[in-house]
Every structure is written in structure tokens, then in C-alpha cells.
Design a protein around this ligand. Structure first.
Ligand SMILES: Nc1ncnc2c1ncn2[C@@H]1O[C@H](COP(=O)(O)OP(=O)(O)OP(=O)(O)O)[C@@H](O)[C@H]1O
Ligand SMILES: [Mg+2]
Length: 467
């Protein structure tokens, strides 16, 4: 009991409340009442000031009057809830504007209180809101812990190419070496970068991602290195760069090939000196981050042609990790399909679905220009479209059907193989792709495992010896 009260007391003291009311007497009243309860209270007289102070300090609760000049309480609620989804809001309203209070609830306010009110009433409403807030925080930290513990996203793939990548990840993760991850779009670069961070000694510190292609040059510089108040129009306060935010953690520079050459110079300097110079600052600051970069461009070519600085390229690519396109490691496809099927069903609250052998054949033959991402989206869509518990070819998009049938026609016109030769060839291809798992192969081919045995014998095919 004692402990419980102590815990509560500590929690209350750390809760910060912002009160917004144009009436001075109301502000004073609330400050006194809430201060006595142990909350830390700040008060302002209008919505604009409230938004300013919210930008600079953090609060767990906003209490606002609805009817105010300039910016109405409703407008404030809308903006504040959008910008700070964690912030709880209580509105104060007169009976005459009950409708606005309901509107405020719709905009995400937790509760409202009607004027005139008793001290006890407001205390009760606030206590209730904080109780909900505590519950939400508890759930969130539980969720975060769960996510950290068990559900690190699964990286699927038994192909020699993926196995090599996974071995490399395990070996290089604990070092602080800079890493460059390359590969076509959708091959899993981000997934691999996250895995490296998770297996690193920095895994308990932050993982910060910057998409270098998403910002114009000047903005990217201030994002990465920060700026000093007044260093350019719009720099109304000091801003910490992401190099600093990622302190002791990992900074992931995605789409690195998009970076301008003047920024490339600054990045190189930051990597070499382990310090950064915020825009407008006179003294560099030390930083401790591990940098991992990724790109789907042919950065080696860009480096050779001078589009990307060679010195930065070699600095980043201390350890290069390359992800092969999916069409070059088709044996990963069946496992990926099963993985995405299972996940899509779970996500959509559907019972487990299978894939028909015919549909699997199409999926195996299609070249997947969008790589694993395209496969993932295709399976998710197919699951939603399928009415039975099996994904049939009809649930696959037209491009897969047409691409596969055109390559089949192409084969026919090219080849003068007998039907038997075609069958033997196809059987071998599927066996290769499944790593000679006859059960998996029989699923894909839509025949019985015993038929596979018979055919192998007839064609005199020996499985490769296990090494
Ligand atoms: N080996 C894999 N196992 C499981 N899921 C994978 C695998 N590879 C990729 N994915 C999934 O495919 C999707 C695309 O992967 P990711 O975002 O990592 O690609 P990317 O290479 O970063 O692409 P882009 O260059 O377009 O940014 C993600 O949802 C990812 O979880
Ligand atoms: Mg990516």
C-alpha cells in the first residue's frame, strides 16, 4: 500500500499539464488546484502560445477552454492531437456549447468538463484520464519489450546467396565497421540493415533512418548535422542533427547514391573525424555512431563515372553486402511464399491458406522485377482475393500469367525438345529450386512424391550427394 502510494506520488510529480484559457481567473484557479495535487502546471492564454510551448516542452495533458479568441479550442485540439498523438486532452466547455465538446471528443479529446464545475469534479476527470494514460503507456512498453524479444522480423532464405549474407551479417554486426548494402529495390536491404543493428553491441541504443533521397540538399544537411538558431531564415531554434540523435546507436543512410557531392564531402569528413559541424556552428561536435548505408543504384558504376565520390565510396564500403535479385535465387521463392501466406492470413484474421501447385508454378516462373516486396504484395493481395482456403492461379495478377505464358511460347519456338525432355528438364529445375526436397517439389509439380521417385529412376537422375 505504502509502496503503491509512493509510486503514484512519483508518477504524479512527473506529469506535466498545460492549461489554456483566455480567462485569467480560470487559469489561476486551475494552477492552484492542480499544483496542490502535485502536478507540474504551465498556463498560457491562447492556442498559438500553447502550440509554441508544446513544441519546446513535453506535456502529458492539455486542458483547454473551447471558446477563445484567435484560435478556438477545437482548432487547438485538432492540431495538437495530430502533432502529438501521445498528448491527452481535456476540454472545458459551457453548457451552451456542448456540441463543440462532443466534436472535441471526436477529434480525440479524452474527456470534457462543463462549467461551472466543482474542484472535486475536475480532479476526478483528470485522475481518470491519467489512469487511461498509464494503461496505454504500460501496454506500449509491454509491446515494445515483446517486439524486441521475440518478433524480430524473420529473414527467410536458404539459397546459398542468402546464407552467405546471413553469415556475413552475424560476423560483421558486432564490429563498428561502416557497411554498404546494395541490391535492387525490394531485395530486403532495410531488413538486413535492421538485423545488423539488432545483432550489434549498439542494439539497445537508437536506430535512426534517413532517406537521403527524400530531402532537398540544404534540408538534408541540417537533418544530418543540425543547425544553430539564426543560421538561416527559418532556423528559429537550435536543431540537433540525426548524427547526434543516433548517439551510441546506428545511423542508417538509405538511398545514399542520391546525396549531392557537396554533402558527400561533409559526410566523408564526419566519418573520418568522427565529428560533425552543425550549420552555422563554429565548433565541431564529437559523435559516436555507426553508419550503415544502402542503395538500389549501381553505386560502383556511379563511383567509376565520377557521379559518386570514390573516397566516400571506399570509406562506406569497408564491408560491402550485396543482395541478389530474387530471380537469381528462385529456390527462396517457395519458402517466402509460405512465410507471406501465413503472415497475410494472420494479419487479415483469416484461417491458414495454402497455395495450389499451379499457382506456385506461376510464381516460380515469374521474374519478379520488384523482388521480394512485389512477391509479398502479390501474396497478400491473393490471400484477400481468394474465397476458398487455397490460393488458385486466378488470384494472381494478369502480368504474372502473361509473362509466364509468353516465356513458355518463347521456349516452344526455340526448342525442339521432346515432351519427355521437357518434363525431365522441368523436373530437374524444380528439384534444384527446392534444394532437392522431394516433398516440396511434389507440391509445386502437383504430383505425388512417389511419382517423382519413379520419374527420377526412369530418367536415370541421381540426387546430388550431400556434402
Ligand atoms: N529474405 C526476406 N525474408 C522475409 N521478408 C523479406 C525478405 N527480403 C525482403 N523481405 C520483405 O520485403 C519487403 C521489402 O524489403 P526491404 O524494404 O528491406 O527492401 P529494400 O531492398 O530496402 O527496397 P528499396 O530499395 O525499395 O528500399 C519488406 O516488407 C521486407 O520485410
Ligand atoms: Mg529500403
Amino acid at each position: 500500500m505504502n509502496l503503491e502510494m509512493e509510486k503514484k506520488g512519483r508518477m504524479v510529480a512527473s506529469e506535466r499539464i498545460l492549461v489554456v484559457d483566455d480567462e485569467e481567473s480560470m487559469r489561476e484557479f486551475l494552477t492552484i488546484v492542480l499544483g496542490k495535487e502535485g502536478y507540474t502546471v504551465r498556463m498560457v492564454e491562447n492556442g498559438r502560445k500553447a502550440l509554441d510551448i508544446l513544441e519546446q516542452e513535453s506535456f502529458s495533458l492539455l486542458i483547454t477552454d473551447l471558446r477563445m479568441p484567435e484560435m478556438t479550442g477545437l482548432e487547438l485540439v485538432e492540431v495538437a492531437r495530430r502533432r502529438y498523438p501521445q498528448l491527452a486532452v481535456i476540454v472545458i466547455t459551457a453548457f451552451a456549447s456542448l456540441e463543440s465538446a462532443i466534436e472535441a471528443l471526436r477529434l480525440g479529446a479524452a474527456d470534457y468538463i462543463m462549467k461551472p464545475f466543482q474542484v472535486g469534479e475536475i480532479k476526478l476527470v483528470i485522475a481518470k484520464v491519467f489512469e487511461q494514460l498509464d494503461l496505454r503507456r504500460e501496454n506500449q512498453s509491454l509491446r515494445e519489450r515483446l517486439e524486441q524479444n521475440q518478433s524480430s522480423p524473420l529473414i527467410v532464405g536458404k539459397s546459398p546467396q542468402m546464407q552467405r549474407v546471413m553469415d556475413l551479417v552475424k560476423r560483421i554486426a558486432p564490429s563498428d565497421a561502416t557497411i554498404l548494402v546494395t541490391g535492387e529495390s525490394g531485395t530486403g536491404k532495410e531488413l538486413i540493415v535492421q538485423a545488423i543493428h539488432r545483432h550489434s553491441l549498439r542494439h539497445q541504443n537508437s536506430f535512426v533512418t534517413v532517406n537521403c533521397g527524400a530531402f532537398p540538399d540544404s534540408l538534408l544537411e541540417s537533418e544530418l548535422f543540425g543547425h544553430v538558431k539564426g543560421s538561416f531564415t527559418g532556423a528559429v531554434r537550435d536543431k540537433e542533427g540525426l548524427f547526434k540523435v543516433a548517439s551510441k546507436g546506428t545511423l542508417f543512410l538509405d538511398e545514399i547514391a542520391e546525396m549531392s557531392s557537396s554533402l558527400q564531402v561533409k559526410l566523408l569528413r564526419a566519418l573520418q573525424e568522427r565529428e560533425i559541424l552543425p550549420i552555422g556552428a563554429t565548433k565541431p561536435i564529437k559523435v559516436d555512431v555507426r553508419v550503415i548505408a544502402a542503395t538500389n543504384a549501381d553505386i560502383e558504376k556511379k563511383q567509376k563515372s565520377g557521379e559518386f565520390r570514390s573516397d566516400l565510396y571506399y570509406r562506406l564500403a569497408v564491408i560491402p553486402v550485396h543482395l541478389a535479385p530474387l530471380r537469381e535465387r528462385r529456390e527462396d521463392i517457395p519458402e517466402l511464399v509460405h512465410h507471406f501466406l501465413e503472415r497475410a492470413c494472420k494479419r487479415n484474421g483469416l484461417p491458414d491458406r495454402k497455395i495450389s501447385p499451379e499457382a506456385m508454378k506461376l510464381v516460380l516462373a515469374y521474374p519478379w522485377p520488384g523482388n521480394v516486396r512485389e512477391l509479398e504484395n502479390t501474396i497478400e493481395r491473393a490471400v484477400i482475393l481468394s474465397e476458398s482456403d487455397t490460393v488458385m492461379p486466378e488470384a494472381l495478377p494478369g502480368k504474372i500469367h502473361s509473362s509466364v505464358s509468353s516465356s513458355f511460347q518463347w521456349n516452344l519456338s526455340q526448342d525442339t525438345m521432346t515432351l519427355e525432355e521437357v518434363e525431365k528438364d522441368y523436373l530437374l529445375q524444380v528439384l534444384e529450386e527446392t534444394g532437392w526436397q522431394k516433398k516440396r517439389a511434389s507440391e509445386i509439380l502437383g504430383i505425388d512424391p512417389s511419382t517423382i521417385y519413379r520419374k527420377l529412376q526412369r530418367y536415370g537422375i541421381e540426387p546430388p550427394s550431400k556434402t
